[in-house]
Write a protein that binds this ligand. Structure first.
Ligand code: SAH
Length: 344
C-alpha cells in the first residue's frame, strides 16, 4: 500500500527544492517506515538474527560481559543499543550479562515511537534517546548495534561519460525516479560509465561519535550487520517488503530501505578517533568462536523437544550460504580495555 502522506510530502519537497539526494529520500522514507510499524517477524517485512534465536543476543551480551570483567568490572558502565527493534537483542544480552554479574543501566537509541513501545515491554528499565549525542558522558559504554547501520541513509555517486554526478531523486507522473544531478567538480578517479559509489556520512558520523566516547571513557562496541569487509564500488541500496526484494524507488515509507554496510569505512573512521578495531569477521566465524555450538547443544539438552528448531536457527545464523558470511562482526574497543574475544 503506497503511503500517500509521505509520498505527497516528498513530492512537494521535490516540487519546491528540485530533485533530492538519495540520502534524503532514504532518510525520510525510513523515518516514516519505522515510525508507523513493527516491521520484524513472519507477519512483517524482514527478520533479524536477534529474532531468529536467543543465542545471538546471549553471545553478544557475553562478549561485552567478558570484556567488562577483564577491564576490572567498572561499576558505572552502561549498555547502549542502537536501533533495538523489538528489544529482543537487549533482553537476551542482559540475561546473559546478569549471569556474569553485570547488571548495567540500559540506554536505547531509537527514533520510532512504535518500536520504543515494543522495547519497553522487554526492557522496561531503559532510558531512550533520539540519537547518540544525548548518551551519558564520562562513563564506560557497552555498545551493541545489529542491523542498525544498514538502515542509515546512503548517498550515491554515478560515473557518466561526462564525469561524476550525485544521483538525485525526482518525482514525475510515473512516481519517484532516480536522475543524474549536476556534475561533481571534485577530481574523482575516472571509472567505467555506470559505476555507482555509495557513501554513508550518517554512518561515519555515528561511528566517529561512538569511538570518541570509547576512547575517552572506556568500553567497547559490537557492530553486527550485513555488508562488505573492503570498500567497493557498486550499487547496493535495496528495498524489502514481506520478505521479498522490491523496487527501492516505489512506495517510499512502506518498504524497508537498506544498503550494504562498508565495514572498512566504519573501521577507518573509528580508528582515526583512537579506538582499537577488531574485525570485521564473518558472523558465522565470530558466533562459532564465541561458542554458539556449545550453547545450542546446552539449549537442546534442556529442551529436547526443541532440538530441531534450535539446530535450524544455529544453521541459519552461521552457515556461509545463509547469514554466516554476508553478515559480519566489527568491534571498537577502548585502548585502555583488553583484547576482545571472537576475533582472533
Ligand atoms: N536491532 C534490531 C532491529 C533492527 S531494524 C534487531 O536486530 O532485531 C533497525 C532498527 O533501527 C529499528 O529499531 C529502527 O527503528 C532503528 N532506526 C533506524 N534508523 C534509525 C535512526 N536514524 N536513529 C535511530 N534508530 C533508527
Amino acid at each position: 500500500m503506497p503511503d500517500d502522506n509521505i509520498s505527497d510530502r516528498l513530492a512537494r519537497l521535490i516540487a519546491s527544492v528540485g530533485p533530492i539526494p538519495v540520502s534524503t529520500f532514504m532518510a525520510e522514507a525510513n523515518a516514516h517506515y519505522y515510525a508507523t510499524r513493527d516491521p520484524l517477524g513472519v507477519a512483517g517485512d524482514f527478520t533479524t538474527a536477534a529474532e531468529i534465536s536467543q543465542m545471538f543476543g546471549e553471545l553478544a551480551g557475553l562478549w561485552l560481559a567478558d570484556l567488562w570483567l577483564r577491564a576490572g568490572r567498572p561499576a558505572d558502565a552502561f549498555l547502549v543499543e542502537l536501533g533495538p527493534g523489538r528489544g529482543t537483542l537487549a533482553a537476551d544480552a542482559l540475561r546473559a550479562m546478569r549471569g556474569a554479574g553485570l547488571e548495567p543501566e540500559v540506554h536505547l537509541v531509537e527514533t520510532s515511537p512504535v518500536l520504543r513501545t515494543a522495547q519497553a515491554e522487554r526492557v522496561p528499565q531503559a532510558v531512550w534517546h533520539g540519537d547518540v549525542a544525548s548518551l551519558p558522558a564520562d562513563r564506560p559504554l557497552l555498545i551493541l548495534a545489529n542491523e542498525f547501520f544498514d538502515a542509515l541513509p546512503v548517498r550515491q555517486l554515478v560515473a557518466t561519460r561526462r564525469g561524476w554526478h550525485e544521483r538525485l531523486v525526482t518525482h514525475t507522473e510515473a512516481g519517484f525516479v532516480p536522475v543524474p544531478g549536476p556534475l561533481i567538480p571534485a577530481p574523482l578517479a575516472p571509472a567505467e560509465t555506470g559505476t555507482v559509489v555509495e557513501t554513508s556520512p550518517a554512518s561515519l558520523g555515528i561511528a566517529r561519535a561512538l569511538a570518541q566516547r570509547l576512547a575517552a571513557n572506556g568500553g567497547a562496541a559490537l557492530i553486527l550487520d550485513y555488508g562488505v569487509s573492503r570498500s567497493a564500488v557498486g550499487e547496493t541500496l535495496q528495498a524489502v517488503s514481506r520478505h521479498s526484494f522490491a523496487d527501492p524507488w516505489q512506495e517510499p515509507g512502506s518498504r524497508d530501505l537498506t544498503a550494504h554496510v562498508d565495514f572498512e569505512a566504519l573501521a577507518r573512521a573509528a580508528a582515526a578517533e583512537g579506538v582499537r578495531v577488531a574485525g570485521p569477521r564473518a558472523q558465522g566465524e565470530w558466533l562459532r568462536a564465541m561458542g554458539i555450538d556449545a550453547r545450542a547443544a546446552a539449549l537442546s539438552a534442556s529442551a529436547p523437544g526443541r532440538a530441531a528448531e534450535i539446530e535450524a536457527a544455529r544453521e541459519r545464523l552461521v552457515a556461509p550460504e545463509q547469514m554466516g558470511e554476508l553478515f559480519k562482526a566489527l568491534a571498537f574497543v577502548s585502548p585502555a580495555w583488553p583484547e576482545p574475544e571472537g576475533f582472533a
